[in-house]
Write a protein that binds this ligand. Structure first.
Ligand SMILES: [Zn+2]
Length: 313
């Protein structure tokens, strides 16, 4: 029985959980840091096809999460942030060719004010025939520096314009720059979104929080295999919750599954260290001056990982 169980566990560990990837610009070499060439996009799609990944719409993942159903390991969801024109002009044809659905997160002000690099409402409406359209704020602000009222105001404005232009309410929201705190989450959750997306570079399983879904950013020539091997650690982060007021990180405290007895942890600028875990209680006393205004913290055990972002307010 035990051998059977271990064998099953080993088989399972060969595949990661479901993954949500996020792209930005396509075939636009003038913005290398957020760009994916059409050649690389095609390479990614061929990889999904060859290795039997099922590219599903975000709505399908949403339904599975809400019903508590098991999330298949081979599910892949494709998000596109910012609604750049290069998606419509260069990449949409590729999505259509493969029949791969997508969710486009619209930066409302850029489209409203016809900023040069961004899709028009007509283009977004046309794209909605092949994928889902969702919200990426009105003014694309750094949310962590806004008050609750300012976040609600930005979101309400974006929500109203979206509904008027698209004829339906947005169901999904992605934080600009992937930056948020508990307070940001609370403000965005006061709207009736089904899902809220971060950019914490993790995987999704049936235990994932629908209002805190990890997405893995893909820019440039990313090798997909290690990304697709990532599994959800489902850590409950107790401390830190926010960027510490004095900039000193004194503790990492999180709850993880009790079967894991060692984790590696990462702090931006400090690299990886490893530590013992007792009964699923990760409790690390530290003395680390955070080096950046935007820092990532990771917990990892084998392919299982969880991360948070700490942004100076
Ligand atoms: Zn954005």
């Amino acid at each position: 029985m035990r051998t059977l169980f271990l064998t099953a566990l080993m088989c399972l560990s060969l595949l990661g959980d479901a993954h949500i990837f996020v792209y930005h610009r396509f075939g636009d070499a003038t913005h290398a840091s957020t760009n994916t060439s059409i050649e690389i996009l095609t390479k990614h799609f061929e990889y999904f096809k060859k290795h039997n990944y099922e590219v599903i719409p975000l709505s399908k993942l949403s339904h599975a999460l809400k019903s508590g159903a098991k999330i298949p390991d081979n599910w892949v969801v494709l998000n596109i942030d910012d609604s750049y024109k290069s998606f419509y002009e260069n990449a949409l044809a590729v999505f259509k060719k493969y029949g791969y659905p997508f969710t486009l997160f619209v930066y409302i002000e850029a489209t409203e004010k016809s900023y040069g690099d961004f899709m028009s409402w007509g283009q977004i409406q046309d794209a909605s025939r092949y994928g889902e359209i969702a919200l990426h704020s009105y003014s694309h602000p750094h949310m962590t520096s806004l008050s609750h009222e300012e976040i609600v105001k930005d979101t309400q404005k974006a929500y109203n314009i979206f509904e008027a232009k698209m004829g339906f309410k947005p169901k999904y929201y992605a934080y600009p720059y992937g930056e948020y705190t508990e307070a940001t989450k609370k403000a965005i959750q006061s709207f009736d979104f089904d899902l809220i997306m971060n950019q914490n570079s993790g995987a999704t399983n049936h235990l994932s929080d629908p209002y805190d879904l990890d997405r893995i950013a893909l820019t440039g020539d990313v090798y997909l295999k290690p990304k697709l091997a990532i599994k959800a650690l489902n850590a409950i982060w107790i401390e830190p919750k926010n960027y510490p007021k004095d900039g000193n990180l004194k503790r990492i405290h999180a709850k993880i599954t009790p079967s894991i007895n060692r984790v590696e942890y990462y702090i931006s600028g400090y690299g990886w260290k490893d530590t013992k875990v007792t009964q699923g209680d990760v409790n690390i006393t530290l003395k680390r001056k955070l080096k950046f205004s935007r820092n990532r913290l990771f917990l990892k055990s084998g392919n299982y990982q969880s991360s948070i972002i700490l942004v100076k307010q």
